[in-house]
Design a protein around this ligand. Structure first.
Ligand code: FES
Ligand SMILES: [Fe+2]
Length: 419
């Protein structure tokens, strides 16, 4: 972890002053303070990250009773498990006695969780089964000492968690983009590959980078050859219009390209962002591969390649890029003040067979390489932003519009947290 020399007299007072100063410079990148302050980071975790809906895994990754995966967020660990009734549940990986982690391996199958410290045993749904020698404690109530629950919903096979038990309804929000997302039949998809890219940068820099394509032409040569998002709308409009005109007919999915955006401050409840739009690929490219040629069988009920790609946002930290024959999910999680985990998940049809229906190297090439390019620029960005001499410049009104929405929500949330 890169150490940042935060001023020792950092305080809510200072944070308030910095937030006020941002209001005087709207539409500009934000002050380095927000990337350097440990106090800010702590507030973010408490009031933003742990109140957000976060993609955890695909339901097909834990098909059997007792199958689980750990989700690591900052210093925290959450168990996501398939319980006996077939549901997927989530809970904190923290023993209710003196706080040891009850589960070490990042994934597997368990009949119980046994705390390695004093041996308390939990059922897979988190309820306490046995606490050794507590019969001498007349007031001890097992029912009050289950692993703490985490909010968990499954939507089209995508499992989301939220540490806020009073969080708003993500499902209602995602229902607004049901037709567009439903086209890919994610319920019956499978994970072809997933990989975590640890970046030496504050989590906001990684998301900011994802939310703008101003850098695409300069940093992502392969991506930019195929995707029109790297251009201003005035330039890409003819290609996009041609694709949109025939998208419904070619894909066979009515409404596949319908645009819907309720993200950040416009989301119906905190952290329940939903966004869908379809943008065009240049002539000769039908999907997100190095050469633009198909990589896997068509997803869901999609009939043919329309030269389009679905752009989605699901909650504040998770995104999807859905090609007719595969989907790429992107999730950002802070590891520390100066480290972020970018998780990429490649999804294909559930019945597609590796080696026969798709070649993993071909399937993952574009977004693996694009992510390595992003890693390079994000870490350079972090190094510059962490300089106390960085003077923030203006956002581009079109290319960096969504990023401006993210920053606006972020500053608003931080301000509310210390109000
Ligand atoms: S900390 Fe888990 S049993 Fe004591
Ligand atoms: Fe990028």
């Amino acid at each position: 972890m890169q150490t940042i020399a935060t001023s020792v007299d950092d305080s809510f007072e200072r944070m308030r002053a910095r937030l006020e100063a941002e209001k005087a410079r709207p539409h500009h990148a934000i002050n380095p303070y927000f990337y350097r302050s440990h106090l800010v980071h702590e507030q973010e975790l408490e009031h933003l990250i742990f109140k957000s809906w976060i993609y955890a895994l695909h339901a097909s990754e834990i098909p059997n009773t007792g199958d689980y995966q750990l989700l690591e967020i900052g210093e925290d660990s959450i168990i996501v498990v398939r319980t006996e009734d077939g549901d997927i549940k989530a809970m904190h990986n923290v023993c209710r006695h003196r706080g040891a982690r009850v589960c070490e391996a990042t994934q597997g199958n368990r009949k119980t969780y046994v705390c390695p410290y004093h041996g308390w045993v939990y059922h897979i749904d988190g309820s306490l089964k046995v606490a050794r020698e507590t019969h001498v404690m007349p007031d001890f109530d097992s029912a009050q000492h289950g692993l703490k629950p985490v909010n968990c919903v499954t939507y089209m096979g995508l499992v989301f968690i939220n540490c806020d038990l009073n969080a708003g309804d993500l499902t209602a929000s995602l229902d607004q983009i049901k037709a567009q997302l439903g086209a890919y039949d994610l319920d019956h998809a499978k994970v072809a590959h997933r990989k975590t890219y640890r970046v030496d940068a504050n989590w906001k820099l990684a998301i900011e980078n994802y939310l703008e394509c101003y850098h695409c032409a300069t940093s992502h040569r392969s991506y930019a050859r195929a995707h029109t998002l790297k251009d201003l709308e005035e330039k890409s409009a003819p290609v996009v219009a041609k694709m949109l005109e025939r998208a419904d007919e070619i894909t066979g999915i009515p409404g596949i390209s319908k645009e819907h955006t309720t993200i950040y401050l416009d989301a119906p409840s905190f952290g329940s962002c939903a966004h869908a739009m379809r943008y065009g690929l240049f002539d000769g490219y039908v999907t997100g591969t190095q050469d633009g040629r198909p990589a896997a069988p068509l997803m869901g009920d999609i009939q043919d390649y329309d030269g389009g790609v679905g752009d989605f946002q699901l909650g504040p930290l998770s995104f999807m890029l859905n090609y007719p024959d595969h989907c790429v999910l992107y999730r950002f999680l802070p590891k520390s003040l100066t480290e972020t985990d970018m998780e990429l998940v490649w999804l294909v049809r559930g019945d597609a067979v590796e080696g026969t229906d798709y070649d993993l190297e071909r399937l993952t090439w574009l977004w693996h390489h694009t992510t390595l390019e992003d890693e390079y620029i994000i870490t350079r960005n972090a190094a510059g932003v962490n300089s106390r001499f960085f003077e923030p410049g203006p956002y581009h009104p079109e290319f960096e519009f969504t990023l401006t929405q993210f920053i606006h929500w972020y500053l608003h949330t931080l301000e509310a947290s210390i109000a």
